[in-house]
Write a protein that binds this ligand. Sequence first.
Ligand code: COA
Length: 255
Amino acid sequence: MTDHVKVERADGVLTLTLDRTDKKNALTDAMYKTLADTLEATQEDRSVRAILFRGEGDMFSAGNDISEFAAHNGGAPNERNVLRFIAAIARAEKPLVVAVQGGAIGVAATMLLHCDMVLMSPDARLVTPFVDLALVPEAGSSLLMPQRIGHARAFAMFALAEPVSAQDALAWGLANRIVPKEELREAARALAVRLAAKPPASLIATKRLMREAAALQARMAVEDRIFEERLGSEEAAEAFAAFLERRPPDFSRFH
Ligand code: COA
């Protein structure tokens, strides 16, 4: 259990709060483990009827911790808890609500595609810099993002890391509502409490009907394999080193 994820239960709502503000809530393996363990345990826990994700500080999350990506590059492939976390949100039967302020980068942006209701503050920005990091889209986003917002917008997000504003996220169907930053936490909680009061079996069945689970699982398996290959690549080593050395990457030597 890491101190960087707070787990609270009240009023039928499980709240998972990212709390690593000095690193912009960048997600470590230990954080994924707590998230995955908690989500897996919640599947069977009838007292939890809705799940809320939020982040402390000025940013929801800067995505995967890049120093952990760098450590993985060149190291032996291992079972990463991020995959357990992604599988858990993709399979979650209970409604997922998320409150996004500041930025949501990488997996913090793609996880929103698995959330049922997304609230944003006006300063929220979604960024998916997978190609800049010499990686590929993950968490089912190579399937879900173009389905949701169209190929052209999704490609610009993935290939150019073009940020998506809260206004665009709302207009493109990535968010439900924009609420003032100071009201975001309470608005998201109120929404989760509302969902928790609904007939649970009906809600679960509705969510199940709305998802093409088999296609999603199949795509995620392909993404995982290619992502893992990219993670060990020379291109990725250059991208991670550039981030950690605070310099622009140089991909000119790669063909
Ligand atoms: N992994 C590891 N550390 C991260 C991080 C990440 N994804 N995002 C931020 N941090 C760390 C920074 O290294 C810095 O640490 P330090 O204070 O020890 O030097 C600290 O968090 C604050 O970040 P900083 O870059 O100084 O803040 P900023 O406001 O100038 O920029 C971001 C914030 C999020 C825009 C910038 O940090 C960034 O681009 N991060 C990488 C995002 C990313 O590519 N994620 C992976 C997606 S797959």
